[in-house]
Design a protein around this ligand. Structure first.
Ligand code: PLP
Length: 388
């Protein structure tokens, strides 16, 4: 084993420098827990940035990956594959009836890149409308949709022009969306931006305005998808059907995968207009089949809704001195603090709980969907100690 301090030194010397790192070397995960190499255990209320919706190393995912690793790891989409076909069938069964076209890729940002290309191909237009405070990823196209200046500003000159409108402002959105708009892109709950849920009426108005103008309504479900908000997808809270959905994070139980999903009524895209070497590889497809079917079979969408509601009630009942507001949907929970979030995250980790920031002053919890109440009570107690 490499000494912990040596791990830090090597990563700091050779790493890109792009990440602010916590001084902890995680080496193992089991269920809702992760372990550092010095034997300390943490309750992972980050799910590895929203990826480990089933917790770490869920047996169904481990089994599917192990079997597929010994069968066929890679096979390009120019050939057919049984695992991919099974995954399409499964995705189609959990999505709204008309969402029946899928492009498989390898990350959330790549899914949003694909969503923009699909929107452009389907409409023949170039205009893009996105929301202030949004986060959609860090590749060139996805970054152009991302509001936060910190991420976007150094690259401004490369990026397509986007109309940014205030989130949840129906009038501003309706004014910005026109017959020139290809894509209106929005998160059903803004994650990085501070855990702000979209109002039901706002999503419904976007749907209506897109219908009037022929623009594609693109819902970014990368963080909210696969049960996180207590529905399979966050847009379902507003009872709308988007034209295009981008997914990632939790889809493959921890393996890298993303997908662009769109209405079959819009048809397939033209051959060779998009592609990916790794996209739709049998290993990721096998992992996704296991992860998504386990979320379904273990009833975790409902469990996330019930646990999330109970937990937010618990937090509200604590009347936390350090908190301005508790908000969220399902197990996507934000606690807006009166102060900066970083010291609170550090103090929580000292209590054995890992949480995330969302902006400068919101503490974000994305625990595994199958976390139990006993474990969530440990999270609540740690929060009370830190923010009491
Ligand atoms: N969109 C949303 C809403 C996200 O939360 C994220 C990542 O946090 C992304 C896109 C980008 O995903 P990835 O980091 O897999 O590229």
């Amino acid at each position: 084993m490499i000494e912990t301090t040596t791990v830090f030194e090597i990563e700091d010397r050779y790493g890109s420098g792009a990440y602010g790192k916590r001084p902890t070397a995680l080496v193992r995960g089991q269920g809702a827990y992760v372990y550092d190499q010095d034997g300390n255990r943490y309750l992972d209320a980050t799910s590895g940035q929203g990826v480990a919706a089933l917790g770490h190393c869920h047996p169904a995912v481990v089994k599917a990956i192990s079997e597929q690793v010994a069968t066929l790891i890679t096979s390009h989409e120019s050939f057919y594959n049984d695992r991919r076909a099974a995954l399409y069938t499964l995705l189609s069964s959990i999505m709204p009836a008309d969402i029946n076209r899928f492009f498989l890729c390898n990350s959330g940002a790549e899914a949003n890149e694909g969503a923009l290309k699909v929107a452009k191909l389907l409409t023949g237009r170039a205009g893009i409308v996105a929301a202030k405070r949004s986060f959609h990823g860090r590749t060139t196209g996805a970054l152009s949709l991302t509001w936060t200046q910190k991420y976007r500003k150094p690259f401004q000159a490369w990026l397509p022009a986007v109309d940014y409108v205030a989130f949840n402002d129906i009038d501003a959105a309706c004014r910005a969306i026109s017959e020139e708009t290809a894509a209106v892109v929005v998160e059903p709950v803004q994650g990085e931006g501070g855990v702000h849920p979209a109002n039901v009426e706002y999503l419904q108005a976007l749907r209506e305005r897109c219908d009037q103008t022929g623009a594609m309504l693109v819902i970014d479900e990368i963080q909210t998808g696969f049960g996180r908000t207590g529905k399979w997808f966050g847009f379902e809270h507003a009872e709308i059907v988007p034209d295009i959905i981008s997914v990632g994070k939790a889809i493959a139980g921890g393996l890298p995968m993303g997908a662009v999903c769109w209405r079959a009524a819009h048809g397939p895209i033209e051959r060779a207009t998009h592609g990916s070497t790794f996209g739709g590889n049998p290993l990721a497809c096998a992992a996704a089949l296991a992860a998504v079917s386990t979320i379904r079979d273990e009833g975790l969408v409902d469990q996330a809704r019930v646990t999330g509601r109970w937990f937010m009630d618990e937090l509200n009942a604590m009347n936390l001195r350090g908190a301005r507001e508790v908000r969220g949907r399902g197990l996507m929970i934000g606690i807006e603090l009166r102060t900066r979030v970083t010291p609170a995250l550090k103090a929580l980790q000292e209590q054995g709980v890992l949480a995330l920031p969302a902006g400068l002053n919101t503490l974000r919890l994305l625990p595994p969907l199958n976390i139990n109440r006993e474990q969530m009570s440990v999270v609540a107690a740690a929060i009370q100690t830190v923010l009491g």
